[in-house]
Design a protein around this ligand. Structure first.
Ligand SMILES: Cc1ncc(COP(=O)(O)O)c(C=O)c1O
Length: 377
């Protein structure tokens, strides 16, 4: 088991430091990558009056270290896990990534991560003291992730692979058959694969979790999910990991004793209610994200030198735009003069692109695009 020897030397997660430095978002916030935020009242209203009484009467003890039964069962019913007893609830996907990396990797071992990547995935792997190989998985122009570099990393000795699908910042996804073959190859090499699927099924309602594929039973896969992006519930700080290998789950449970010990019981209660009503909530999110995705496609065609591959799933898009002064300068000017916030692609190592969030009202999204067009000149 990894000792998190790299934790205190960890480099910053650039995107999170950038968000923190930005302060309160301007009126048109295309920088966020999740669904519109929900409130406690929103969840309790969808769930009905009995849920409200139960919430107010909830005992505030520690709860179960691996998560409350009700939430774990809701995650299973949501088809985000095979069995409730294969789920460990965490403080966001962030903790799940750290615990999974620490349980699967030891200092000095090698791990490969598909890039560009959400910085939290890379830093969680680095925190173990393992040697991290960055493997390109995104090809401009394709909405399918290219897994060939991960296959090669495996052959060269990586003991853990990490993949984010649906992919932040592009919305590209791994092909199911190719991912199944990669899982098989990991099993053959005695390696593990960590799949971060936090944005699953937000744009594509038919998308299935990696936990549904028959190869999941091998115990090779650790899947990570949350409610932050998909339902606009980042403030609950609820995430999870699931794996068919109970020995790995045991190691994660042990590690969780020194990270957070338990997870907020009130958050877990609300998270379970939200998951049980996901069909209703997610339909609205997918509808607005689809409208925004299509509007972005039409808009890009009118901008000379722009390029855009529509995301296959997830709530972000990653167009290339002709920014004269460079992305960082453009983003700052856009915010200061037009009141629009977007994420510079340089924070993902791709300076020519911007990440735009699709999970907001189509009226606001379109106004944002209009202002970006003016700023591009
Ligand atoms: C791909 C990806 N994984 C994990 C996270 C962390 O999510 P959480 O809020 O559940 O900790 C994020 C947040 O931006 C993300 O984009």
């Amino acid at each position: 088991m990894g000792a998190l020897t790299g934790l205190f030397a960890a480099e910053p997660v650039l995107l999170e430091r950038w968000f923190a430095a930005q302060g309160a978002p301007p009126s048109i916030d295309l920088a966020r990558s999740g669904a519109p935020e929900l409130s406690t009242a929103d969840i309790l209203t969808v769930a009905g009056p009995e849920a409200r009484d139960e919430y107010l009467g909830l005992p505030l003890g520690y709860g179960h270290p691996v998560g409350e039964e009700g939430l774990r069962a809701a995650i299973e019913r949501d088809r985000s896990a095979r069995h409730a007893d294969e789920v460990i609830v965490t403080t966001g996907a962030t903790e799940a990534l750290l615990l999974a990396a620490a349980a699967a990797l030891a200092a000095g071992e090698q791990a490969a991560v598909g890039v560009p990547a959400h910085g939290g995935v890379v830093r969680a792997l680095e925190a173990t003291g393992a040697h991290i190989l960055r493997v390109p998985v995104w090809r401009p122009g394709s909405s399918r992730l290219d897994l060939s570099g991960l296959f090669r990393a495996l052959q060269r000795g990586a003991s853990v692979l990490a993949l984010n699908s649906p992919h932040n910042p592009t919305g590209a996804v791994a092909d199911g058959d190719e991912l199944a073959a990669l899982i098989d190859a990991c099993t053959l090499y005695g390696a593990r694969i960590l799949v971060d699927e936090v944005a699953l099924s937000t744009l594509n309602p038919h998308a299935e979790s990696v936990t549904r594929c028959p190869e999941f039973i091998s115990g090779t896969v650790v899947a990570v999910g949350d409610l932050s992006k998909s339902l606009g519930l980042g403030g609950l700080r609820i995430g999870w990991l699931t794996c068919a290998d109970h020995e790995l789950l045991g190691r994660v449970t042990q590690l969780k004793d020194i990270t957070t010990l338990g997870t907020s019981v009130t958050s877990q209660f609300l998270a379970a209610l939200a998951l049980e009503n996901r069909a209703t909530l997610a339909r609205q999110i997918a509808a607005l994200a689809t409208r925004n995705r299509d509007a972005l496609g039409d808009w890009v065609m009118q901008i000379g030198g722009a390029e855009y591959t529509p995301p296959a799933d997830g709530l972000v898009a990653f167009p290339l735009l002709p920014m004269r002064e460079g992305a960082m300068g453009f983003v700052e000017r856009l915010r200061a003069t037009a009141g629009v916030s977007v994420v510079p692609g340089v924070l993902f190592g791709v300076p020519s692109r911007l990440r735009l969030g699709l999970g907001l009202s189509p009226g606001v999204f379109t106004r944002g695009l209009e202002r970006i067009a003016v700023a591009l000149g």
